[in-house]
Structures are given as structure tokens and as C-alpha cells.
Ligand binder design. Structure first.
Ligand code: HAM
Length: 420
């Protein structure tokens, strides 16, 4: 069956076989965040376009090429959110969340939209979880957020990850570095792509993001941003590294870690995984001390990250996250037509006891019902026939051991719970 309509390219249906893994991951995230003292925030699916232009940056790939932007009936320009930090900060300012304490710790699990070329691990509607810790300018906050990102992936049993950290310093430090990079790249101007030539004028740091092998070659000997850190920027960065070392969190210093969003200052980081191929970032984040003020709030430092849920599920082996239907699951089997009516009540009673219970509404044969019990991964078949009906008892078959028992109906729940 193919039908007339298909989901939009780069947007995926999640079918019951997959949602089990998603929910298991989501519930691990919720538990973990509660342990680390983060409160959940949910923001609308769209925002004013201006919010993203201001925060992520007019010239970023996201804003210039990837947003789903449309005019509503009132001619307002709206955008399906392409990232979650700016909406969270908009809400933080709007609801004056700073009132409830000097430090606000938010997390989210949400879907977002970017018009990128779809490929493995790159979608147009995708999902992230992430955190934003708002209020502290100090390196211990950066280290705690990075530790959270790392420890949660560890808890999910992900191996072989690499934590890359760097610092892009303050605005002044970046201005000095920008000049040095422009001086270095200018002699190569004619070897650069048209886009990079433009960026050399407008935002040379973006050239560092290039995937073009020739440009990567040219960049080999370019000056390093980290060498331009001094004063408080250097102290902050050294602080972050010190705390990570204290926590035994292994990291690799990346001389260049320019992220695709313009709001960062000082710390930036990513966690990559070799199993992902070209789109190898499991998560990314950093500090953004100017964003809240840029959006009209009080100057407030903040740091956070977001992780791609689809990418995490790609890395996790099948079934690794999912304690699927750990409990009892009953298939109530009617061995005669008369019994079908009683099955209804039996199933209702089991469900009220919070036991998963299924039954046949296709009026299939006893054999077909037993087959279905297997297919549905039920742990027990509870069979009712004419004799059982009369005597108020059921036949319970444990589908993993094959053991059968004759049980009084009123004792059924305790029999199942005893693990028989
Ligand atoms: P980002 O680096 O754009 O950062 O995205 C974070 C993660 O989302 C990536 O590392 C990746 O795992 C996943 N991701 C990004 N694009 C796609 C895509 N097209 N398909 C599938 N997964 C994708 C941010 O979004 C920042 N808001 C993170 C942040 C929070 N910084 C501070 N606080």
C-alpha cells in the first residue's frame, strides 16, 4: 500500500515499534533532570521570526537558509522554531522567571524545524532535549552543564564519545581574532569559495566552519582563537577545564569550535560519536552571556546545550534503552463462543488492576488466539471455556515456561503477580 500522500521529506512518522524506544529515552531524561534540579519548560511551536533573527543571527545558515517562515492572516511573520534556546529565553524574560531565584534551571524535550538537506541523522523536523542554566557567570556552571550532557549520555550506555571543548572568548577577544584571521586569509582570497569571500567581509569566523577540503587546507596554519584569550576569558576557560578534570570527565580541546548560532560567548562544546558519520554531533552548546539582554531582558549570564534525540537513538543499539513491557501481559483467550462475553469482563478487571490485557475482537479460533498471544509478546494466556465458565475458574498458561495451572477466577491476579 502506498496511498496518495506521504509525510514531508525529512519529517518522520514514529510507529508503535519505535515510540517504545522514544518513551524509554524520554523517561530517562525526565528522571535524570529531576535529579539535577532542572524544571521542564514547553514553549509554542512558532514564534515571531524576529526572535530568531536577533538571537541565532541574520547571517547564520539557520536564519538565512533553513527556517520555515510564513505570514499568518494578520501578516505577522512567524517561524516554526529552528532551535529552543531563544524561545526559552523569551519565556524566561516574559514570565520574569528570575523572580523565583538567582539561578533558574530549565530543560526541554521538543521538536524543531530546519530546512536542511535530509540525510542519515539530519532531518527537517527533529527532536532535542537540552538544558539552560540561567544566572551564573562562573566556570563551575559551565562545567556542571557539560557534566550533565556527558553523564546523561553515559547513563544511556553510550560508549566512545568525544567531548570537545573550546572558548570563543568575549566580544573584544573575538574582534582581535577576527582581524588576525582576516589578515591571514586575505592573501588566499582568490582561492576561497564565493560564500567564503563574502564571509571574509562580513563574518570571517564562519569560514572556520567550512567543509570544503581546499579551504580546510588553507585553514591548517590559520591563527587559533584560543591563543587570543586573555584576562578573564582565559581564567574562565582554565576554570572550566579544571572542574572537568576534577570530575574525571575526559575532554579534548578543540582549537576551533565555532558553532552555527551567533549567541555564544566564551565556552563552546560538542559531544561527537564516530558511529554517526558526517553528522557526528550528538549534542552541542555553550555560554551565551549577552542573549537575554539582547532580547530585552536584564543582563543575565547563561549556559546550556541541546542534544539530538534521533542521533542518540541511532547510536543506541536496538532495545538497549527499552525495558519493554517489563510486567505481566495477559492474552485472554475464549475457548468457546459463550466465553467471549466473560472475556470482556475479565479483561476489564485485569486492566483495572493495571495489568496489560488483550483479547480477540475478530472472533478467531482458539489456535489463532494463542498465536496472537505470542505475537503480542504476552507473558500469559488466560483461557476460558465452557467448563471454566461454569466453575468460575480459568486456565492460565505461562507462555515462557509453558506451565499451565487451573486457577479460581478470584485468585487470578495474585497467581499472576506471584510470577507463576
Ligand atoms: P545545535 O548545535 O544547532 O545547537 O543543535 C544541537 C544538536 O541537535 C546537534 O548536536 C544535533 O545532535 C541535533 N541536530 C541539529 N540539527 C539537526 C538536524 N537537522 N537533524 C537532526 N538532529 C539535528 C542548538 O540548537 C542550541 N540551541 C544548543 C544550545 C542550548 N546552546 C545553548 N543552549
Amino acid at each position: 500500500m502506498s496511498g496518495r500522500f506521504k509525510a514531508i521529506k525529512g519529517a518522520k512518522d514514529l510507529l508503535p515499534s519505535e515510540t517504545v524506544r522514544w518513551r524509554a529515552l524520554e523517561s530517562t531524561i525526565h528522571d535524570f533532570m529531576a535529579r539535577w534540579g532542572y524544571g521542564e519548560i514547553r514553549t509554542p511551536v512558532f514564534e515571531q521570526t524576529e526572535l530568531f533573527a536577533r538571537s541565532v543571527g541574520e547571517e547564520s545558515e539557520i536564519v538565512s537558509k533553513q527556517m520555515y517562515t510564513f505570514l499568518d492572516q494578520g501578516e505577522n511573520s512567524l517561524t516554526l522554531k529552528p532551535e529552543l534556546t531563544a524561545p526559552a529565553m523569551r519565556a524566561y524574560i516574559q514570565h520574569d522567571l528570575s523572580r523565583s531565584g538567582a539561578l533558574t534551571k530549565l530543560y526541554y524535550i521538543d521538536s524543531l524545524f530546519r530546512q536542511e538537506r535530509p540525510q542519515a541523522g539530519r532531518l527537517r523536523q527533529f527532536h532535542q532535549y537540552g538544558v539552560e542554566a540561567i544566572g551564573s557567570p562562573h566556570p563551575e556552571q559551565d562545567a556542571d552543564v557539560i557534566a550533565l550532557a556527558y553523564k546523561l549520555l553515559e547513563e544511556l550506555n553510550i560508549k566512545n564519545m568525544t567531548l570537545l571543548i573550546s572558548s570563543i572568548g568575549s566580544e573584544e577577544c573575538r574582534t582581535r581574532y577576527r582581524d588576525a584571521l582576516t589578515d591571514y586569509l586575505s592573501p588566499f582570497r582568490n582561492d576561497l569559495s564565493e560564500t567564503s569571500q563574502k564571509r571574509l567581509q562580513t563574518n570571517p569566523l564562519r569560514i572556520l566552519d567550512t567543509k570544503d577540503p581546499e579551504e580546510r587546507g588553507i585553514l591548517q596554519d590559520a591563527p587559533h582563537l584560543l591563543d587570543y584569550l586573555d584576562g578573564d576569558d582565559r581564567k574562565h576557560y582554565d576554570g572550566v577545564k579544571k572542574y572537568l578534570t576534577d570530575l574525571d570527565i575526559p575532554y579534548v580541546e578543540a582549537p576551533i569550535l565555532v558553532r552555527g548560532l551567533d549567541y555564544y560567548s566564551r565556552t563552546t562544546f560538542e559531544i561527537t560519536h564516530p558511529g554517526l558519520g558526517a553528522q557526528n554531533a550528538l549534542c552541542g552548546g555553550g555560554r551565551y552571556d549577552n542573549l537575554i539582554e539582547d532580547l530585552g531582558g536584564q543582563p543575565t549570564p547563561a549556559v546550556g546545550f541541546a542534544a539530538g534525540i534521533e542521533r542518540i537513538l541511532l547510536v543506541l543499539e536496538e532495545g538497549q534503552t527499552a525495558p519493554i513491557n517489563g510486567g505481566i501481559a495477559v492474552y485472554a483467550v475464549a475457548a468457546s463462543d459463550e466465553a467471549r462475553r466473560d472475556i470482556f469482563r475479565l479483561v476489564r478487571d485485569l486492566r483495572e488492576e493495571r495489568i496489560r490485557a488483550e483479547f480477540d475482537t475478530l472472533r478467531r479460533s482458539l489456535k489463532a488466539q494463542m498465536r496472537e498471544a505470542d505475537r503480542m509478546n504476552c507473558t500469559h494466556a488466560v483461557i476460558i471455556g465452557e467448563d471454566e465458565l461454569k466453575e468460575d475458574r480459568v486456565l492460565v498458561k505461562n507462555l515462557s515456561t509453558g506451565k499451565q495451572a487451573d486457577v479460581k477466577t478470584e485468585r487470578l491476579v495474585s497467581h499472576l503477580r506471584n510470577g507463576d
